[in-house]
Structures are given as structure tokens and as C-alpha cells.
Design a protein around this ligand. Structure first.
Ligand code: ATP
Length: 294
């Protein structure tokens, strides 16, 4: 296991925090960490980076305790914070140079390739940079030393769609190289395209851990079928199909996985049109967000 969270709890003085979190991220896995605002994603990540001491439980990376052995851990990890704090008065390149020196980096070729890839002017003073530009500096800083583990807190916030796509490609390349990645996100598309599993956190508690592949298999499809006659409608209503609504001769049918009954029933009907809507992964996640946790 690359990363283990075992009964991790942190209670802030206002009673908020994270409570008894338990999950693991395997070597070579991309794990998405999802949840609404204030759910506890950044707090979990801060524990992984050794910036916060747990109230109880532990976070471990490469079998090292994240609080007690944070310096050793940071050598293996690339970290992109949710809110990046930069030193005043420096430009992008000076910032990356300083961070590189702190890591004792000799080979700067990956850094320079990343700068080219994310297309930003490194000579711009940080304080004049837009949020997206600062985010790009942060991405380069997280990846430039080719770390084996990446911990990324909302990595694409502030990036435009083109750059979000570039970032997704970068994650897929790193994944192919066997890197272990934990990333928090609000963006379902980026999770769907990159992650093997997702953990869903709400009010500081983990409400679900799912394989993205399984989620996709469980995806519901809504068939909007227009039939020729009232008799066709009756045939559909009398079947075991899950009819969601009927409007004149158009019927909406929910289908999940099993298509046999749908095909059998429709084969006896006159059909004038069929449209299919896929339930988005986002809608599926929303079901988890709405679940009450006791
Ligand atoms: N240092 C702190 N002192 C008190 N409360 C805190 C502290 N840090 C976080 N919290 C609270 O803990 C909860 C979890 O916050 P956290 O920043 O981890 O959420 P998040 O899931 O990262 O949210 P977002 O998506 O908005 O970034 C929130 O209610 C937040 O207000």
C-alpha cells in the first residue's frame, strides 16, 4: 500500500473536522476524493502531508507516519495545495528555482517541459498572475521532481477547459508510469476520466468508496420511446419495465444493465423514435451526497 488512512480523526474547536476515516490507496492507483464544500477533503490532505496532527488515528505514506516522519515523506511526494501561498516579490521561474533548490533538484528538464506544456510566462511576477497562472506554477512545482506519489488538492481549479484537458492527459501519463495519485475534485468529468476508485466524503465522514468501473456499470439509462398506438403504450405499462413517465405516445423507461425485457417488449410495439439519455456519473454521486450518515 502506498497510502493508508486508519481511523483518522481531527476535531476542530467548533466541532467540525474529519471523523474515523479509513481507506487505502494502492501503488499505481489513481484515487479521487470527492465531496461538497467543507466536507473535509483539504483537512484529510493536510494530515497526509504532515501539516496537522491527528486527534486520533493515523495517516501513513510508504509505511511512514505522516505526522512523525513528514520530512521523509515529502521527498517522495508531489503536493499541490488547494490554496497556494507564494513568496512575495518573486516571479514564476524564481519560485520554481527556489522550490527546486530546496529539493536539491539537479535535472531541470522535466520542469522545463512542464512549463512549455502548460504555456505560461514564467517571468510574470506571481502577484500579477491570474488564479489560473498561479495554479500552473503549482502544478509544475508538484510534478517537476518526478515524485512517485502525487497528492493534489483540486488541481484544475482556475484552469480553462483546454488546460484542464492537458492536466487530465498528464495524470493519465503519470498513471501509466505507475505513479500513485490522490486527488480531490469537484469535477466529475476529471474523476471519471482519470480515477480507478473514488472516496466520497460528507460532513467529515466517508460515505462511500466505489470503483469507477462499477459506477459506470450501474449507470442508468433513460430510454425515451415514441410508440405508434395506445395498445403499444398499454403493452409497455403492463410489462415489468420501469416506466418513469408517459406523455401522449412518448414513454420514458429507466433501464439499468438488463436490456432483455426492454427489447422483448419493444419488439411487439410499433416504434417511431428512440432517444437514450445516460445518467451522468455526477447524478450518481449526488445520490451519495444526499445520503444521511448516522
Ligand atoms: N483550522 C480549522 N479550524 C476550524 N475549523 C476548520 C479548520 N480547517 C477546516 N475547518 C472546518 O472543517 C471542515 C472541513 O474543511 P475542509 O477545508 O477540509 O473542507 P473541503 O472538503 O476541503 O472543502 P472545499 O471543497 O470547500 O475546499 C469545514 O467545516 C471547515 O470550516
Amino acid at each position: 500500500m502506498s497510502l493508508q488512512i486508519h481511523g483518522l480523526s481531527k476535531t476542530f474547536s467548533n466541532g467540525k473536522g474529519i471523523f474515523d476515516l479509513r481507506f487505502e490507496v494502492k501503488k499505481g492507483e489513481v484515487f479521487g476524493y470527492l465531496g461538497p464544500n467543507g466536507a473535509g477533503k483539504s483537512t484529510t490532505i493536510r494530515h497526509l502531508m504532515g501539516f496537522m496532527k491527528p486527534s486520533s488515528g493515523s495517516a501513513r505514506i510508504k509505511n511512514l507516519d505522516c505526522w512523525k516522519e513528514s520530512a521523509a515523506i515529502q521527498m517522495h511526494v508531489g503536493y499541490l495545495p488547494g490554496e497556494i501561498a507564494f513568496l512575495e516579490g518573486m516571479n514564476g521561474m524564481q519560485t520554481l528555482q527556489l522550490l527546486g533548490e530546496m529539493r536539491g533538484m539537479k535535472d531541470l528538464s522535466l520542469r522545463d517541459r512542464l512549463i512549455d506544456r502548460f504555456q505560461f510566462d514564467v517571468k510574470t511576477p506571481i502577484k500579477k498572475m491570474s488564479k489560473g497562472m498561479k495554479q500552473k506554477v503549482g502544478i509544475v512545482a508538484a510534478f517537476m521532481h518526478d515524485p512517485e506519489i502525487l497528492i493534489l488538492d483540486e488541481p484544475t481549479s482556475g484552469l480553462d477547459p483546454l488546460m484542464q484537458n492537458e492536466f487530465i492527459q498528464l495524470i493519465l501519463e503519470e498513471k501509466a508510469k505507475g505513479k500513485t495519485i490522490l486527488m480531490s475534485s469537484h469535477l466529475f468529468e476529471e474523476i471519471e476520466r482519470t480515477c480507478d476508485r473514488v472516496g466520497i466524503i460528507k460532513d467529515g465522514r466517508l460515505v462511500a468508496i466505489e470503483e469507477v468501473k462499477k459506477l459506470k456499470e450501474a449507470q442508468q439509462k433513460l430510454f425515451k420511446v415514441q410508440v405508434k398506438s395506445e395498445e403499444d403504450l398499454t403493452r409497455i405499462k403492463q410489462s415489468s419495465l420501469k416506466v418513469k413517465s408517459v406523455n401522449e405516445l412518448t414513454v420514458k423507461i429507466d433501464v439499468q444493465g438488463n436490456y432483455d425485457e426492454l427489447i422483448r417488449t419493444l419488439s411487439h410495439c410499433g416504434i417511431t423514435n428512440i432517444d437514450i439519455d445516460n445518467q451522468s456519473i455526477e447524478e450518481m454521486f449526488m445520490n451519495y451526497y444526499d445520503r444521511r450518515v448516522h
